[in-house]
Design a protein around this ligand. Sequence first.
Ligand code: UD2
Length: 346
Amino acid sequence: MVGVKNLHLCSTEETKTPTPWMAWGLIYFGFTSSSIRYKDQNFCLKITKENQENSQLQSPQGLSYKQPIVVSPNGKPVALTPWLVPIVWEGTFDPMLINSIYRQKNITIATTVFALGKYTQFLKVFLESAEQNYFVGFRVHYYVFTDQPELVPEVKMGEEHNLTVLKVPSSNRWQDISLSRMARLEKLIESRLINEADYVFSLDVDSKFYGHWGVETLGRLVGVIHPGYYLTSREYFTYERRPESQAFIPYSEGDYYYGGAVIGGLVKDVYRLAKTCREQLDIDASKSIEAAWQEESHLNKYFLYNKPSKVLSPEYLWQDQIPHKDRVKILRFSQIIKNYADVRPN
Ligand code: UD2
């Protein structure tokens, strides 16, 4: 699958000069539709794979609409966003069916994880639990960024699962570690993933997989609803509220609060996201502004105006400290309880 991502699907049928019957069809259509006029028709619709399946879902800033709900008043999970993309919950997909569809695609899923300073201690649980639950039966390549390669544990990898360790400099500010992930992701995609993978996920390391995480999570651009805010009114979201920051979102806007712990999608769409967020972070840095939640704030801004094509429910990002029974049917990936003062460098 790698290498055919930019395949142009415009057939000769689509590009040739219109036959008389095609022209009559268009004239007829033009007269019967008030919104589509013959003169506006473009005979050569260059239907590429990109604009067929892959088009960006950009929405203008300042648009006024109701905040979408995640759970309906009768307690049922909502499975569609108001821009009509799925919110993935247990019961919305058939793993057997979806696996058999994706198995034919011969795909590689790159997965980046950062473990710097004392966060190397989380790698063992992260990787061992991933090997039990994460894209089992599909090709996965983990890229572990660390300042201490010698502390990356030996974890037995499943079939077609590989791991590469990438050494990066240490940092004494946790905020810098977290936000620098965007720049590193951008560079890794440029230098390697564009040729090595179809999809990429960037995941927080201080987490454990408790349940199945598979191809139902794949999409062009994928975000996860943060477990702390899925029942919260958007004016209380911890978006960046200072207009001086590039991550600024006004109180009247917002769909969901997305967690920075999970970013995914097609390699080139995640590239666009990482590059944009890195550029916005750079602009803020040049003005000595750090957004409230570092790259997570910029990610939320990006997702608000570049809608994800698939949204993962909080099953895909929980927190061990929040009881999950009666809230989600299944726990798949959850932040483990940590003492911030013990694990962070500052
Ligand atoms: C939230 C987000 C996190 C990130 C952060 C922004 C969730 C669940 N978490 O988590 O993704 O957006 O806010 O500030 O949405 N790291 C190290 N070494 C360190 C510190 C961090 O390797 O000393 C890496 C590690 O991969 C960690 C990630 O950075 O998982 C995020 O850091 P965090 O978990 O301390 O951030 P947190 O809990 O505030």
